[in-house]
Write a protein that binds this ligand. Structure first.
Ligand code: SF4
Length: 165
């Protein structure tokens, strides 16, 4: 499976706690005024990478504490992101994803649930320049929430339930 990316930060210390491999996915439809990553918006930009190859590269770095998906909008490529993260989750690395969608919006999208199941933390909501707050750790504006997802099993149950509908 292929993932369209804008770039990689192989040992980032600004995209979450610890040393993290940050994946900047390519493509976002929101055009939030003041977005810091406008070059990630083009749905056909960036480059396609093989998920298994990228997973293997991440797992080779034994210094990493975790992986962060950011963008762009990772949930526009939820299946590919979930494929990328599956073995990483099994290896025990901590996983964060940023999304311009809110948690509530993502929970109504069956396609999003396999990716939600892989996450430890979701940072949700679009960047809002009117709520900009530079002092917030790991967020750009006050509407964005850092949501711990300790209930991945519950999310998995929801996924299974939705598949039966
Ligand atoms: S959701 Fe994120 S990447 Fe997309 S336009 Fe808004 S701030 Fe930029």
């Amino acid at each position: 499976m292929k993932l369209r990316i804008a770039g990689l930060a192989r040992e980032s210390v600004v995209d979450g706690p610890g040393i993290r491999f940050a994946v900047f996915t390519q493509g976002c439809r929101r055009n939030c005024p003041g977005c810091h990553n406008p070059t990630t918006h083009d749905l056909t930009g960036g480059e396609l990478v093989d998920c298994a190859t990228l997973t293997a590269e991440i797992l080779r770095n034994l210094h990493l504490d975790g992986v962060t998906l950011t963008g762009g909008e990772p949930f526009l490529q939820a299946a590919a992101c979930a494929a990328l993260l599956g073995p990483i989750r099994q290896a025990g690395l901590h996983i964060i994803a940023y999304s311009g969608f809110t948690w509530e919006e993502l929970c109504t999208q069956p396609d999003a649930l396999p990716l939600l199941c892989q996450l430890d933390v979701l940072v949700d909501g679009p960047y809002r320049a009117d709520l900009r707050s530079p002092e917030l750790p790991f967020r750009g504006s006050r509407n964005q929430r850092i949501i711990n997802l300790p209930f991945r099993d519950v999310v998995q149950l929801s996924t299974n339930h939705l598949r039966k509908l």
